[in-house]
Design a protein around this ligand. Structure first.
Ligand SMILES: [Zn+2]
Length: 57
């Protein structure tokens, strides 16, 4: 599993997005950002977010 902590991206938010692949985490993170933070994930931001995705158990 891979996971991304929303706060690592810079939001004051306790959400953690998990998925079986980095692509899936990125997709879910983009949906979360749009829905919760009203933020559009640009290719630039996606690159930054991608680097913050960590492998989890
Ligand atoms: Zn969030």
């Amino acid at each position: 599993m891979f996971e991304l902590k929303c706060k690592d991206v810079g939001f004051d938010c306790p959400a953690v997005v998990r998925g079986p692949t980095k692509e899936e985490v990125l997709k879910q993170a983009a949906e979360h950002a749009a829905k919760v933070h009203n933020t559009q994930v640009t290719p630039e931001l996606a690159g930054k977010v991608s680097a913050l995705i960590r492998q989890a158990e």
